[in-house]
Design a protein around this ligand. Structure first.
Ligand code: SDX
Length: 430
């Protein structure tokens, strides 16, 4: 990392701001001492120009549409690896050897069961509870069951909590789905791979044998790889901020799930499918394009646009290819939603509004079509996003905890409220 300085002139004073250069990507100006030197804060509410941390995990080049996990292109990881290999890479920084991969798979597999009293936890929910509400509650509640892995100062406990989170998210997600359809929970099986195990926990019933379609299992495993991490997005930043106070990892991940739920973030996959269903047929696309461009209309094309990508989201390309693979495997010749999505993308990408604002499909644009075709209800789409993103949240959380310079995150503000004033008793108020 190389350093140089930039000079800022503030009220006639010259302030030196150290510049830090990373491996690749934008350099940063360290403003840590700015307030002490000038009495001024910087102001960047949406963090559009603010780096909140150093990280070695994920790199995004939004202009070029590049995504690297620990330096490896997402396209290569999605093509050649599996989700647990990506989990190992994100957590430990290197691709595993065959022995390391076998050991990691073994360890994750043997943490997939949840404490049986979790079953009673579900009984408190209405059957029509949104599965994301259940996930926020149940993941936060894991800290009530696993006291032996909540001490964040103990490296071994951090590792156990990480493995538990990665391993138990599919089990809890499947339980949330089963509970919503009134079917009995299905326990994980140790002789299945991670994603086949998840599919079986979701779609098996006690009355007959279930074997996951290997093409669908491979496709879903790839979808998990695409969703695994994404730099300092809103939910990851939430996990980091929660973790900076020393909160236990289960509570931090629950905070990340809550943030991901929003339709501007992970909730967009559910919203995008609902949007495609509302549009219904290609002839109605112009009406919705007009709504998306109308400043007075809050409607936005869900699954389009991105804070960082000002080019095609590389994950959306792989997602689109996977969609076609899954529909072909299921013998779905013409999916009306896919017809609308493909036509909508083609129209939007030629429209000057979208071109000028550099709005492209993001990962959420095609994922819903694929997940619906696989049999998941729309309400489960963001749960699957959370399942996959758990490894990214855990990896970023661990990186922060292990950073010796780490301190509690505590932003300041620009105060625009009333100046100091004296209390008036109620009898004196008008
Ligand atoms: C994810 O950060 C991550 O990495 C997130 C994520 C991850 O893996 O963690 O990639 C996952 O959250 C993907 C994004 C999913 N969200 C959606 O698809 C919802 C629809 N998209 C938008 O809400 C929006 O694009 C955001 C929230 C994704 C990004 O918003 P920004 O960066 O704050 O951009 P902006 O709202 O300032 O938009 C810039 C302009 C605005 O117009 P002007 O005010 O400049 O005139 O583009 C317009 C916006 O109105 N715009 C859109 C639009 N997205 C932006 N107009 C119509 N439809 C859209 N989808």
């Amino acid at each position: 990392m190389s350093f140089s300085n930039s000079t800022l002139s503030v009220n006639g004073r010259q302030i030196e701001l150290p510049q830090k250069d990373g491996t690749i990507g934008p350099s940063v100006l360290d403003i840590g001492k700015l307030y002490a030197q000038t009495g001024l804060f910087t102001y960047d509410p949406g963090f559009t120009s603010t780096a909140a941390c150093e990280s070695k995990i994920t790199y995004i080049d939004g202009d070029e549409g590049i995504l690297l996990y620990r330096g490896y292109p997402i396209e290569q990881l999605a093509e050649h690896g599996d989700f647990l290999e990506t989990c190992y890479l994100l957590l430990y920084g290197e691709l595993p050897t065959a022995a390391q991969k076998a050991d990691f798979d073994y360890r994750v597999t043997r943490h997939t069961m949840v404490h049986d009293q979790m079953n009673r936890f579900f009984q408190g929910f209405r059957r029509d509870a949104h599965p994301m509400a259940i996930m926020v509650a149940c993941v936060g509640a894991l800290s009530a069951f696993y006291h032996d892995s909540t001490d964040i100062t103990d490296e071994k406990q951090r590792m156990v909590a990480s493995m538990r989170m990665i391993a138990k998210m599919p089990t809890l997600a499947a339980m949330a789905y089963k509970y919503s359809i009134g079917q009995p929970f299905v326990y994980p099986k140790n002789d299945l791979d991670y994603t086949s195990n998840f599919l079986r926990m979701c779609f098996a019933v006690p009355c007959e044998e279930y074997h996951a379609n290997p093409v669908l299992a491979r496709a879903l495993d790839r979808i998990f790889i695409l969703h695994a991490d994404h730099e300092q997005n809103a939910s990851t930043s939430t996990v980091r901020l929660a973790g900076s106070s020393g909160a236990n990892p289960f509570a931090c991940i629950a905070a990340g799930i809550a943030c991901l739920w929003g339709p501007a973030h992970g909730g967009a996959n559910e919203a995008a499918l609902k949007m495609l269903e509302e549009i219904g047929r290609p002839e109605r696309i112009p009406e919705y394009i007009a709504k998306a461009k109308d400043k007075n209309d809050p409607f936005r094309l869900m699954g389009f646009g991105h804070r960082v990508y000002k080019n095609y989201d590389p994950r959306a390309r792989i997602m689109a290819k996977t969609t076609h693979e899954v529909l072909a495997e299921l013998g779905i010749k013409d999916d009306p939603l896919l017809d609308v999505a493909v036509e909508l993308e083609q129209i939007a990408l030629k429209d000057e509004y979208f071109v000028e604002k550099k709005l492209y499909p993001n990962i959420d644009f095609y994922s819903g079509i694929t997940l619906k075709a696989m049999g998941f209800p729309t309400s489960m789409f963001t749960v699957l996003f959370a399942l996959a993103r758990t490894v990214g949240w855990i990896g970023q959380w661990a990186e922060m905890i292990e950073d010796p310079s780490q301190k509690i995150g505590r932003p300041r503000q620009l105060y625009v409220g009333p100046p100091k004033r004296e209390y008036v008793s109620i009898s004196q108020r008008g």
